[in-house]
Design a protein around this ligand. Structure first.
Ligand code: SAH
Ligand code: MG
Length: 204
């Protein structure tokens, strides 16, 4: 297997450049490290990702879970991105990735079973809706991780300082964070790395 965990590998550099040219918001190096560490420590093996983009984050998830004999299911709604991501997956040599094209909410009901690690990296205004579908699919002891929650510091800003078109998103994001922080079955922490990461552990 190629050393993908190394952010400086040729493939990861090419993929990161492709994301930047095409305005695909890829995870930060610290986020990649933390996701890898969490999967290793928890020995998670059934991974679900919402928001493949061009597959940059997916390769970290796939490599970490492969060490636990696991695999990644990843969903992306834009077909051109799915196509590009699949080329990178092929090039990586990793064979434990299943990629689906479509809106997560349409694809999810067709995916069987439970997941022990769920990574959401999509439109944060949708996290609240995703959560309703995803929580029942998260194993006890598993992690639900969501990126972008501190993007533009939306949660702390006064509603009237936020552009009108973003207010619904702000409201939904706040509701999502309140829900996971107050949820009796979850232990939740927020990390200000990358675009802001919330990590929720489902109690055993
Ligand atoms: N995780 C990737 C970047 C993802 S960017 C990385 O770090 O490399 C966010 C992606 O989520 C975009 O490509 C967008 O098309 C996708 N997305 C947004 N809403 C979605 C939905 N409802 N279902 C599936 N994909 C979605
Ligand atoms: Mg992100």
């Amino acid at each position: 297997m190629k050393n993908l965990g190394n952010l400086d590998s040729e493939l990861m550099k090419k993929l990161a450049g492709d994301c930047e040219r095409n305005f695909v918001a890829l995870i930060s190096p610290e986020t990649a490290d933390l996701l890898t560490l969490l999967i290793e420590c928890g020995r998670y093996s059934r991974i679900l990702e919402i928001g493949t983009g061009l597959g940059y984050s997916t390769l970290f998830l796939a490599q970490a879970s492969a060490r636990n004999g696991g695999n990644v299911v990843t969903i992306e709604r834009l077909p051109q991105r799915v196509e590009r991501a699949r080329e990178y997956f092929y090039e990586s040599g990793l064979t434990n990735i299943r990629s689906y094209a479509g809106d997560a909410q349409d694809v999810l009901p067709h995916l069987p079973g439970l997941f022990d690690f769920i990574f959401m990296d999509a439109a944060m205004g949708q996290y609240l809706d995703f959560f309703q579908d995803l929580f029942p699919r998260l194993c006890p002891g598993g992690l639900l991780v969501a990126d972008n929650v501190l993007f533009e510091n939306l949660i702390d800003r006064d509603r009237f300082q936020v552009p009108r078109r973003r207010r619904t998103m702000q409201q939904r994001l706040r509701e999502f964070l309140k829900l996971v922080q107050e949820h009796p079955e979850l232990t939740t922490r927020i990390f200000s790395i990358g675009d802001g990461l919330v990590v929720c552990h489902r109690k055993k």
